[in-house]
Design a protein around this ligand. Structure first.
Ligand code: PGA
Length: 261
């Protein structure tokens, strides 16, 4: 894992969009629009099959980091279609998502499964982003705090019992499920509240300093038009962007937020 992160983290989750060809087309334009900045981190999570094209075509722009969207809970085995964290590390992938809500909803990743994936990513030397967030039903039921605590605490419990060592330089993403791909964005106030709750859990579990220095990204319908307000919210240290990261112009505008360009 590379050194401690400076500045905001701007992450693109491409989900199951962009094969190798579309990845190259995106990069051709994006590298021209977004020059390297040392005061922020930009990370792409392409489809696993497009990662080699991403790495080959980023034109020496190693500031454009790359991550894997999901890994299996096993290191290797008879798991057709899956990729392990160890394999991702061997392919020089630096980051990995654990617990994206689409994995939780569509692939049955429970809190404990997410904890195992987090452990595997750390063991392999990748920098994980632990994703958490409540559904609309949970929010309406007044369960925001309970859900966020359960998701973070369970992941930390599994991590501790896995014996895989400390999770330094924590990065998490708060992604309210109701705001993902819906055009519905949490207000900066909603984001600040949820990030504060997550930091309370981290502080209880790991102490004040690791809680204060953890990076907590916001995700859910982030766009060029709301990036400044979201990055300005208390405790928001970056963003995890789906739809608006697929277009090079719009993601470049997001990555340039607050840079004076
Ligand atoms: P969205 O997705 O920006 O399209 O809402 C965010 C995510 O799922 O990470």
């Amino acid at each position: 894992m590379s050194e401690a992160l400076r500045g905001p983290v701007l992450a693109a989750n491409w989900k199951m969009y962009k094969g190798p060809g579309a990845t190259r087309v995106f990069l051709d334009r994006f590298v021209a629009l977004y020059p390297a900045h040392s005061d922020r981190s930009v990370v792409f999570f392409p489809s696993a099959i497009s990662i080699p094209a991403f790495v080959a075509d980023r034109s020496g722009r190693e500031d454009l980091e790359v991550g894997i969207q999901d890994v299996h809970t096993e290191v290797e085995g008879a798991c057709t279609g899956a990729v392990s964290a160890a394999m991702a590390a061997e392919a020089e992938i630096g980051w990995g998502l654990a617990g994206h809500s689409e994995r939780r909803r569509d692939f049955g990743d429970h809190d404990a499964t997410v904890g195992i994936k987090l452990s595997r990513l750390l063991e392999a030397g990748l920098r994980p982003i632990l994703c958490v967030g409540e559904t609309l039903e949970e929010r309406r039921g007044g369960l925001l705090e309970e859900v966020l605590s359960r998701q973070v605490e369970t992941a930390l419990d599994v991590l501790e019992s896995s014996g895989c060592g400390p999770w330094n330089d924590k990065v998490l993403a708060y992604e309210p499920v109701w705001a993902i791909g819906t055009g519905e964005t949490a207000t900066p106030g909603d984001a600040a509240e949820a990030h504060g709750l997550i930091r309370e859990v981290l502080s209880r579990r790991a102490g004040d300093e690791p809680a204060a220095t953890a990076k907590i990204l916001y995700g859910g319908s982030v766009k060029p038009g709301n990036i400044e307000a979201l990055l300005g919210a208390d405790g928001v240290d970056g963003v995890l962007v789906g739809g608006a990261s697929l277009d090079p112009d719009s993601f470049a505008r997001i990555c340039l937020a607050g840079s004076g360009r």
